[in-house]
Design a protein around this ligand. Structure first.
Ligand SMILES: [Ca+2]
Length: 577
């Protein structure tokens, strides 16, 4: 009951702020998402990685310092695209069917995407990059296409339907409604293929084509980078700019980020940073560990360069002033160990496997060979970067990425769910607010409500005869003007049995299968001082709100969902036209 009252209040109050803003014509929207990048990994949130393009957007935009995602690739994307909680959108876990409607692993027909909502308001929509809200790991799954971007409101698409994969030869690559390989795509043959650049190039191309072919019409452009998800892969010349920067290890990098974060004001000095995850003094192969972070830094920097080209294209088309740009991250730094275990594999003298012809597509996250026949190598000590390597950067650096927070991608402690949100919109943000920080909490569910508000669109109650669930978020537009978002509202998370609710200054959180922990996240957002034992009444109240929410959105016990996992898809190949 309390939850419902708060939601109603939250839904009514934002109008006050929105009316106070000067009326701007319907803005273009460029929604940029990065993948497995932590809270402190960009310059305006404390990083040493050069991100001048994002820093420039931050300097003349508004930075939300208490913004949240859904802890993992698929649930965050489902929420971002629909304005619903992931379970309501059918993506309660990832993209496998676990036998419940909230866990179909495919975007629900009882949800609408940003593109489907903006289309009746006169928008054309484009998407470049990772989709990952429908199955895509096998040729058979890709054959279904029912929830591909063009079936969910977008007019053009270039990118990967599935998650992760090689940057040099991505699998599940699609142009519009057609599966392609990097080699058989007549429309895009750069001198050297690299997925991050391919995403940027297509985003730039879509802006140019739109302004030529549909002048005067607003557009939505969704740019979903896979940087800097494993594998750590980048061009040697891009890695070279970061060589030696991480030789002193995790501690000094993390300490320097913490100092910069305090100077920037994105975290208060009073918080006690989370403990370090790994001890550099005990690292066996420092060259290997430092190299992982050098490549990661290169991946983030190349993404930022692409964002710079997107902004430059908007500028050259005269569109920048009335384009609402949002940048955010899909989950915290990733401690997964892919490619790091097992014995070192040296590079062969020559390609030893049969090259793939241009019509052969490969399926699955981790290819066994490069297109030109080199075996893909992994294992402790394999220096990542080239196409024949497949290695993650590891927990020590993920802990640095998430400075100053605890935990990682998958978990709903702050290290898993905290993301920067940069909002840039010269025509829509008052000059006095440009460059400022915004401390009101927000969540990826709010992006739908924000775009509906900014575009003057109508969120439908049904589409094609299907009833559509009401959106869950609130418009962030008042906050752009420095006004309140409409009082306290609870924010909720569930992923793999990890649970959390944030209401006002309080956060109740649990790491599966552990008990609830209670934190005052205004005084202690790094979650160092568990107050659950001292405040049982508050624990009960917040736990009750969480239980009611979980029931409403269809959360199932993680042990049930885990047991319903289908067999893992293996690496396969097929010829495509
Ligand atoms: Ca991710």
């Amino acid at each position: 009951m309390i939850g419902r009252r708060l939601r109603m209040l939250a839904a009514v109050l934002p109008l006050v702020g929105a009316e106070a803003l000067a009326a701007a014509p319907r803005p273009n929207v460029v929604l940029i998402l990065s993948d497995d990048v932590g809270y402190s990994d960009i310059g305006s949130f404390g990083s040493e990685i050069p991100t001048p393009s994002l820093d420039a957007l931050a300097a003349s935009g508004v930075r939300f310092t208490r913004f949240y995602n859904g802890a993992r690739c698929c649930p965050t994307r489902a929420s971002l695209l629909t304005g619903l909680h992931p379970h309501q959108a059918g993506i309660g876990h990832m993209v496998e069917d676990r036998g419940f409607d909230a866990y179909r692993g495919d975007l629900s027909r009882r949800s609408v995407t940003l593109a489907e909502v903006l289309k009746p308001a006169g928008y054309r929509s484009y998407a470049a990059g990772k989709w990952h809200v429908t199955p895509g790991k096998t040729a058979e799954a890709l054959g279904r296409k029912q929830s591909w971007p063009l079936q969910r409101g977008f007019d053009r698409y270039y990118g990967t339907i599935n998650g992760s994969g090689s940057y040099w030869d991505p699998h599940s690559l699609v142009r519009d409604n057609r599966e392609i390989t990097i080699a058989n795509d007549p429309e895009y043959q750069p001198p050297e293929y690299y997925y991050t650049d391919a995403i940027s190039d297509h985003a730039v191309r879509f802006i140019g084509e739109h302004t030529r072919e549909h002048p005067g019409e607003p557009f939505l452009l969704y740019v979903a980078y896979t940087a800097a998800h494993w594998p750590m892969q980048a061009r040697e010349r891009d890695i070279a700019r970061h060589r030696g920067r991480y030789d002193a290890g995790y501690g000094p990098t993390r300490a320097a980020r913490w100092v910069r974060q305090k100077l920037l004001g994105v975290v208060p000095a009073a918080w006690d940073p989370a403990p370090p995850a790994e001890d550099w003094g005990r690292v066996e192969n420092r060259e290997f560990e430092a190299r992982g972070m050098e490549v990661y830094a290169a991946m983030v920097e190349v993404m930022d360069q692409g964002i710079g080209r997107i902004v430059a294209e908007l500028q050259s088309q005269g569109q920048l002033d009335n384009t609402l740009i949002l940048y955010l991250q899909d989950n915290g730094g990733c401690a997964e160990t892919n490619g790091r275990a097992g014995p070192f594999q040296p590079r062969a003298d020559r390609p030893s496997l049969t090259p793939l012809d241009r019509y052969t597509a490969h399926y699955g996250n981790q290819p066994t060979q490069t297109r030109d026949g080199w075996p893909v190598r992994f294992g402790y000590g394999v220096l990542p970067g080239p196409a024949d390597t497949f290695v993650a950067y590891g927990r020590g650096w993920a802990n640095v990425s998430n400075t100053p927070f605890r935990e990682y991608k998958h978990w709903v402690h702050e290290g898993g769910i905290a993301t920067p949100l940069i909002v840039h919109w010269p025509a829509g943000i008052p000059a006095a607010r440009q460059g400022r920080l915004e401390a009101q909490p927000g969540h990826v569910i709010d992006v739908m409500a924000t775009l509906v508000d900014a575009a003057g669109a109508r969120y439908p109650s049904q589409l094609d005869g299907q009833p559509i669930q009401p959106m869950e978020g609130v418009s962030l537009r008042p906050a752009l003007a420095g006004e309140p978002l409409g009082g306290e509202r609870p924010l909720f998370w569930e992923h793999e049995g990890n649970r959390a609710i944030r209401l006002g200054a309080w956060k109740l959180v649990s790491k599966h299968p552990g008990d609830w922990e209670l934190y005052d996240v205004e005084a202690d957002r790094t979650e160092r001082h568990d107050l659950a034992a001292r405040q049982p009444e508050r624990v009960r109240e917040l736990a009750g709100l969480w239980e009611a929410w979980a029931k409403r959105v269809g959360v199932q016990p993680w042990d049930v969902i885990r047991a319903a996992a289908p067999p893992a898809a293996t690496n396969t190949r097929a010829k495509i036209e």
